[in-house]
Ligand binder design. Structure first.
Ligand code: IPE
Ligand code: IPE
Ligand code: MG
Length: 226
């Protein structure tokens, strides 16, 4: 399962607050989503928290987002580790990611690396097109003959090649687009767009989205089976 945590800015604006104040209010729903997914026995959860395009936001807002992510990791690492959750990150290194956040990322990934429960992938400075470009570069650098390149070759050169295709994508805030998230893995994903702004997200709404997914007919190009 994958999730685009969207709508923090509008949530704050609706309350007469500055946009940035919404980001801190995104942490609690994120924590509860991880716990609910784990309680439900999901094995893979990917969360889009910062895109390569988000650097175009005002520096002050970027700083607030980075701090919120760092707090989110620090506040939850112990509980995730106790649950056997493996945490890892998806996104190119970037010199504007504060060093304290970088060390929180490195530490949390290292501490939980050998856990065998749910894998939580936090997409920070991620872009699906960029990942595909990097994969192509590494295929070329490895000298793979053009005629031998298949979907499997490309998948094997993406970051975290063990990550399975996305079955369900949830995006909050009513926006109906991918904004570059996990483009390769999303080829046959079922998309569920919720009107709720991210800070208003609850475990109940999350379970409802999964219920919607359960009623979808997945065909993968075949004739529908009933
Ligand atoms: C999602 O909320 C958080 C990030 C993109 C980091 P937004 O900040 O995009 O909130 P809206 O979409 O502007 O309401
Ligand atoms: C996408 O949200 C990235 C994250 C939620 C992290 P945006 O709010 O940045 O996406 P657009 O600009 O509305 O497509
Ligand atoms: Mg947004």
């Amino acid at each position: 399962m994958a999730c685009i945590l969207d709508g923090n800015g509008r949530w704050a604006e609706e309350r007469g607050l500055v946009r940035s104040e919404g980001h801190g209010h995104g942490a609690d729903p994120a924590r509860r989503m991880v716990e609910t997914a784990d309680d439900m026995g999901l094995q893979w959860l990917s969360m889009y928290v910062f895109s390569t395009e988000n650097w175009a936001r005002p520096a002050a807002e970027v700083a607030v987002i980075m701090r919120a992510i760092e707090r989110f990791i620090d506040a939850n690492l112990e509980s995730w580790h106790r649950r056997g959750i493996r945490i890892r990150y998806l996104g190119q290194p970037h010199n504007q990611v504060p060093s304290s956040l970088r060390s929180a990322m490195t530490r949390s990934a290292a501490v939980t690396a050998s856990n065998t429960g749910m894998t939580v992938t936090v997409a920070l400075n991620h872009g699906g097109q960029g990942d595909i470009v990097h994969a192509v570069r590494s295929i070329v650098a490895a000298g793979v003959p053009a005629g031998q390149i298949t979907e499997r070759t490309l998948a094997a050169h993406l970051p975290h090649p063990d990550m399975p295709p996305v079955d369900l994508l949830i995006r909050t805030s009513g926006e109906m687009r991918l904004s570059g998230f996990l483009l390769w893995h999303m080829a046959y994903a079922e998309l569920v767009f919720l009107p709720d702004l991210w800070p208003d997200m609850t475990p109940e709404k999350f379970r409802e989205a999964i219920e919607i997914y359960r009623h979808r007919s997945r065909r993968f190009g075949k004739v529908a089976t009933r």
